[in-house]
Write a protein that binds this ligand. Structure first.
Ligand code: NAD
Length: 295
């Protein structure tokens, strides 16, 4: 097994690196935050004092960073030091332009590369049940599959360079829109005197059925595990949903795609975050729909 360097050991990267260790990989990690490094060490990750130290001797480098600017900055540094042939994988959720630039950087230095954003949140990262959406050459994907399998359950090759980011952005635009749709339906149902359970019982077996309703129901009761039953603790924070919706709108503007509901969803999550609720689970948007009359 090729040694793995893991850059970005935060809420997602930390447990992902720990799962690689559990699967038998030798992992050396780096993060700017001392607390993340300490936690990673407790989970069997050997830690480094710099990107350069982390990637020394690694056959595979994985990055899990906040946004495109962080990824490009780290990739610029690492392509200058890793030998050609080193496999570079970015699992962060980033904008399409940065994803394309990262692939171009790797190609220019003779490094195979994959964009591989994930779905499944911190729970999936800890449990090793993430879904990976992967973009890049089919042969490179086939060679890297075992690494993904150590951290996830569903590994999907979406196409060439940056196709993984495209899939992630499109999926999360569906999710943001559908959560608002489900929230609106519950608020309207409340005003019409319908109980939450009655609407759930009908819509969950009818044409309104969707993940936002049946797995992540935004009202307490019908789905006991949903964040609505736990004061809307995330889960998936509204600020992260806003980030992904903004990525979808940047991609849509660039590609000339008409996404009016995506645009409206982004505006509503922006307002929710501006009201101070960015750290609540994204399903809590229903509270804004319920409490305001002019959205
Ligand atoms: P996080 O902020 O917890 O972790 C990011 C880590 O990167 C931090 O520990 C930070 O110190 C580190 N970092 C930043 N710049 C660095 C650099 N130059 N060198 C080394 N380390 C650096 O974020 P997260 O929740 O782990 O999310 C990571 C990515 O995964 C994001 O792109 C996010 O959109 C995506 N994502 C998150 C979730 C989720 O539920 N948290 C779900 C799916 C996807």
């Amino acid at each position: 097994m090729s040694p793995v360097a893991f850059i970005g050991l935060g809420h997602m990267g930390g447990p992902m690196a720990a799962n690689l260790v559990k699967a038998g990989y030798s992992v050396r990690g780096f993060d700017l935050a001392t607390a993340s490094l300490e936690l990673a060490r407790e989970n069997g990750v050997s830690t480094a004092a710099s990107v350069a130290e982390a990637v020394s001797g690694a056959g595979i480098v994985i990055t899990m960073l906040p946004a495109g600017a962080h990824v490009l900055s780290v990739w610029q540094e690492l392509v200058a030091i890793v030998p050609s042939g080193t496999l570079l994988i970015d699992c962060s959720t980033i904008d399409m332009a940065s994803a394309r630039k990262a692939h171009a950087l790797a190609e220019a230095h003779g490094c195979p590369a994959l964009d591989a954003p994930v779905s499944g949140g911190t729970g999936g990262a800890s449990a090793g049940t993430l879904t990976f959406m992967v973009g890049g050459d089919a042969d490179v994907f086939a060679g890297a599959k075992a690494v993904f399998e150590a951290m996830g359950r569903k590994i999907i090759h979406c196409g060439g360079a940056s196709a993984g980011q495209a899939a992630k952005i499109c999926n999360n635009m569906i999710l943001g829109i559908s959560m608002i749709a489900v929230g609106e339906a519950f608020v309207l149902g409340e005003r019409l005197g319908l109980t939450h359970q009655a609407l759930f019982d009908v819509a969950s077996v009818s044409s309104g059925q969707c993940w936002s309703l049946t797995t992540y129901c935004p009202v307490p009761g019908p789905v006991p595990t949903s964040p609505a039953n736990h004061e809307y603790e995330p889960g998936f924070a509204a600020a992260l949903m806003l980030k992904d919706l903004k990525l979808s709108q940047a991609a849509a503007a660039d590609a000339g795609a008409m996404t009016p509901l995506g645009a409206r969803a982004a505006a509503l999550y922006q307002r929710f975050a501006d009201d101070g609720f960015g750290d609540k689970d994204f399903s809590a948007i229903i509270t804004m729909l319920r409490n305001k009359t002019d959205t």
